[in-house]
Design a protein around this ligand. Structure first.
Ligand code: SF4
Length: 382
């Protein structure tokens, strides 16, 4: 006779002294493991482990983080936030109304701009960038289907197709758009220059290829990626010359002149309006924005699945053995020292750790999900 999961008649009552426990039919059914019981891995976590297992430990297990945030990251996040709002807006609203909403958002991101030159500079650029963007893409060629789409998907053993019992993968895609009837992932980038090297590097963007794979599994038949690249100008507001600097320059010019005189004038600081006009002209150029479309091959998707699986295997092995290797060839990648360099150099001194780092959970972009790296009881059951 089939067992009804919610039968209210106990099969047997167990008791001893003042302890009593009724056993119902549904207590005997083995419940399948749900994905919420698994550890969530993000691409950042996977990639960090692949690049340097020790760095993974610092960031994802010990939750160590430098308190300050690099400027480039902070600016990129602000622009990201602006693009998210822009693509969430109803496109039938007038462009100026939409743009003013974005300006309100940008103004709120730089609250100290009156007294802080750095903030003021970034605020000028962000506003000019967005004004240029809204002009350039007033009428989008694609239809926005999803914005900031979060997902959580199963990791599979590519040889057996069995689900990982330990991990699921999670991520957040900037957007999904429909173009000529096909779905694409939309990925925003801010860059300081768009060179052929930069465009070539987009082909190596493993994160996005993985996102496509997992979003396909969740029912979005994505065929490629549209990279939405916004250039960050290097223009700076001119500060002008001090009297001393001007006199030194004038004397130098006069010395080169046969008459021993110079008609040079003192360079005055550029006003906000003048700087805004220069920025607006810069962002009116077509090359200040770029869209690159990339298609993804099935072969590449399959290879990535294998890579993900292999990395999870290596991760489990490292955790089981408590060995987090230092990959010193990664200490100076991205043209700057790793944020944990001093800590590793010190031999993991608690003093260095406490002075340089704060403890903050990772996966800021996925705060509502379980954090990867927690202990799992079934490491070997893949
Ligand atoms: S400093 Fe080098 S060894 Fe240490 S965590 Fe960073 S990349 Fe790894």
């Amino acid at each position: 006779m089939p067992i009804e999961p919610h039968d209210t008649t106990p099969l047997i009552s167990l008791g001893q002294s003042d302890y009593r426990r009724d056993i119902y039919p549904h207590d005997l059914i083995t419940k399948p493991k749900t994905t919420t019981m698994k550890n969530v891995l993000t691409y950042s976590a996977l990639n960090t482990f692949r690049n340097c297992p020790r760095k993974y430990k610092h960031r994802y297990l010990d939750h160590l983080r430098r308190p300050e945030r690099p400027d480039a990251l902070a600016f990129g996040s602000v622009i990201h936030g602006a693009l998210e709002r822009w693509h969430r807006q109803a496109t039938d609203e007038p462009t100026t109304t939409r743009l003013f909403q974005i300006f309100d958002y940008l103004d709120a991101q730089f609250p100290q701009r009156e007294g802080d030159e750095k903030q003021k500079h970034q605020w000028h650029i962000a506003r000019a960038m967005f004004a240029g963007y809204s002009d350039r893409y007033e009428h989008e060629e694609f239809e926005v289907v999803e914005v900031e789409k979060e997902f959580q998907a199963e990791i599979r053993n590519p040889d057996t197709n069995r689900l990982s019992q330990t991990f699921v993968i999670a991520g957040k895609a900037d957007g999904i758009v429909r173009l000529h009837g096909e779905l694409y992932l939309l990925e925003h980038k801010t860059a300081s220059a768009i060179t052929s090297d930069y465009l070539d590097r987009l082909w190596t963007d493993t994160q996005i290829a993985l996102y496509c794979h997992y979003l396909r599994e969740l029912g979005y038949p994505i065929i490629g990626v549209i990279y939405n690249v916004l250039l960050k100008t290097r223009l700076k507001q001119r500060v002008g010359e001090t009297q001393q600097e001007f006199e030194a320059r004038r004397a130098e010019l006069a010395a080169k002149n046969k008459s021993g005189r110079s008609t040079a004038k003192q360079q005055m600081p550029e006003t906000d309006d003048e700087f805004r006009a220069r920025l607006a002209a810069w962002y009116a150029r077509s090359e200040s924005f770029h869209r690159e479309r990339i298609y993804l091959s099935e072969d590449r998707m399959a290879m990535l699945q294998e890579e993900v699986w292999e990395i999870t295997q290596q991760y489990l092995d490292a955790r089981r053995r408590g060995k987090w290797l230092l990959n010193t060839s990664n200490c100076f990648s991205y043209q700057r020292p790793c944020e944990y360099l001093a800590y590793c150099q010190s031999g993991f001194s608690p003093n260095v750790r406490d002075n340089l780092f704060e403890v903050a959970p990772p996966h800021e972009e996925l705060v509502e999900l379980t954090i990867g790296g927690a202990d799992a009881s079934d490491d070997t059951d893949f």
